[in-house]
Ligand binder design. Structure first.
Ligand code: RIB
Length: 289
């Protein structure tokens, strides 16, 4: 069975520096390593789903710069359909990532990702309509998020909204999503405008080393995190979302789907970079913590 997933989302180049001590204002410190690595929440989720066997297409924007050339090639090599990714004048999205003491700090400059328009999504609506599931995040303009969700809903395509990075969301956007996958911090922000009761039927909260929380028949259920050696947590949430999309399309029950996605996310953090550690189906089947 071929699963078709469409990702409407961002594509970034990650500029990753590891350092023992994060400098304070006015201070210069010596870092340890630097690397450029493909990233962006949309692209990461697309790669996660593609590695797990889905037929993935992306709707997005890349800049006219050399970063855009490189990112396009990487995603094509992953087998992702990139025809609905427009090249626009200017810089591609970037994320400056500082890795220190087992944690990351990220500054995203959206660049081309914020050149996306609802018209571009409308022009490419067939990619959404022909898919089994839509994955969408918040590194693109909100009117594009809304448009993508509307098209999916009208075509009976399942939707996962990963509300990252979190911002104020309308009731329309929340209402159009079948699943909402915040982390703990994003969940707290959502609770400023929505109640747990509004959200619980569609809510899956990722909580890092504390596992995943969701609601089954109105009752809270927690799935523990897998025990793995952690190298880099960047992209763990994206791996979770991509894998969750695949599992739901494979008709797994929600709890089984979350366990599947949880395992994929665990494997992803054992390697450096957002996309490097994302597992294939075989790797996932062989993994026991
Ligand atoms: O979720 C991780 C991603 O967030 C990174 O790859 C970075 O590009 C930022 O978008």
């Amino acid at each position: 069975m071929t699963i078709k997933i469409v990702v409407v989302g961002s594509i970034n180049m990650d500029l990753v520096t590891s350092v023992k001590k994060v400098p304070i204002a006015g201070e210069t410190v010596m870092g340890e390593t630097f690397a450029t690595m493909p990233g962006g929440k949309g692209a990461n989720q697309a790669v996660a789903a593609a590695r797990l066997g889905a037929d993935v297409s992306m709707v997005g924007c890349l800049g006219s710069d050399y970063l855009g050339d490189g990112l396009l090639e990487v995603l094509k090599k992953e087998g992702i359909q990139m025809e609905a990714v427009k090249r626009v004048e200017g810089s591609s999205g970037t994320a400056s990532i500082i890795l220190s003491e087992g944690d990351n700090r990220i500054i995203v400059v959206p660049g081309a990702n914020h050149e996306m328009t609802p018209e571009w999504i409308e022009e490419n609506r067939k990619y959404i309509e022909e898919s089994d599931l839509l994955l969408v995040q918040l590194e693109i303009p909100l009117n594009c998020v809304q448009k993508a969700l509307e098209i999916a809903k009208a075509a009976n395509v399942k939707t996962i909204l990963n509300p990252a990075p979190i911002t104020k969301l309308s009731a329309e956007i929340i209402g159009a999503a079948d699943y909402i996958t915040p982390n703990e911090h994003e969940y707290q922000t959502l609770l400023e405008d929505f109640s747990t009761a509004d959200l619980s039927a569609k809510l899956i909260v990722t909580m890092g080393d504390e596992g995943v929380l969701f609601y089954k028949d109105g009752k809270e259920v927690r799935i523990p995190a897998q025990n793995v050696p952690v190298l880099d947590t960047t992209g763990a949430g994206d791996t979770f979302n991509g894998a969750l999309g695949v599992a739901l399309c494979e008709q797994m029950e929600i709890e089984e789907a979350i366990r599947f996605a949880n395992k994929a996310a665990a494997l992803s953090i054992t390697k450096m970079g957002a996309q490097n550690g994302m597992p294939t189906k075989d790797m996932l089947e062989q993994f026991h913590d």
